[in-house]
Design a protein around this ligand. Structure first.
Ligand code: MN3
Length: 201
């Protein structure tokens, strides 16, 4: 049983103008597809074949770099497409909004801290909002690592994440990562994030 590329839950142009069509086509169709293909190659004929993606990611520190990088890449991107949506953005409501206020002071303070995690991740990686011991935390990971990995500096259940690899924004924003991170708030699917929060608590 090999891994397959999940379909995007919306059209490639659905996140315009915040995330452009060409970026979505290449990011999903080429980059994510490559993580899936290389993961399948790396596990073929090994004891890792047949294991779930979650099980592989959980033991990232003791599997081959190819499985760690491509398994992380597959998990991270599958997650990322789900927490984005067209005609989204705005602010969270309900329990999640309360938890954000309690943990970070305000929604604006949270957004600033989250964007800062993305800005200060040197090179390629991800910024995350996670649930750790029932509380919200912001963290970041290098490369295709994520907070579910045993090797993560800060471990927890991701409920929001942003890809800060240049391939996620370079066609439209070139070197302007900060602009991309500002635009990102317009396409966050807070309904999905709230659903993940309720499950993770
Ligand atoms: Mn990416």
């Amino acid at each position: 049983m090999s891994f397959t590329l999940p379909a995007l839950p919306y059209a490639h142009d659905a996140l315009e103008p915040f995330i452009d069509t060409a970026t979505m086509q290449i990011h999903h169709g080429k980059h994510h597809q490559a993580y899936v293909d290389n993961l399948n190659k790396a596990i073929a004929g090994t004891p890792n074949e047949g294991k779930s993606l979650e099980d592989l990611v959980a033991v990232a520190g003791s599997i081959s770099p190819a499985v760690r990088n491509n398994g992380g890449g597959h998990w991270n991107h599958s997650f990322f497409w789900e927490i984005l949506a067209p005609k989204a953005g705005g602010a969270p409501i309900g329990d999640l909004a309360k938890a954000i206020d309690n943990n970070f002071g305000s929604f604006d303070a949270f957004k600033e801290k989250f964007a800062n995690a993305g800005m200060t991740r040197f090179g390629s990686g991800w910024a995350w909002l996670i649930v750790k011991d029932g509380k919200l935390e912001i963290s970041s990971t290098p490369n295709q690592d994520n907070p579910l990995m045993d090797v993560a500096e800060v471990k927890g259940q991701p409920i929001l994440g942003v890809d800060v690899w240049e391939h996620a924004y370079y066609l439209k924003y070139q070197n302007r990562r900060a602009e991309y991170l500002t635009a990102f708030w317009n396409v966050v699917n807070w309904h999905k994030v709230a659903e993940l929060f309720a499950k993770a608590k």
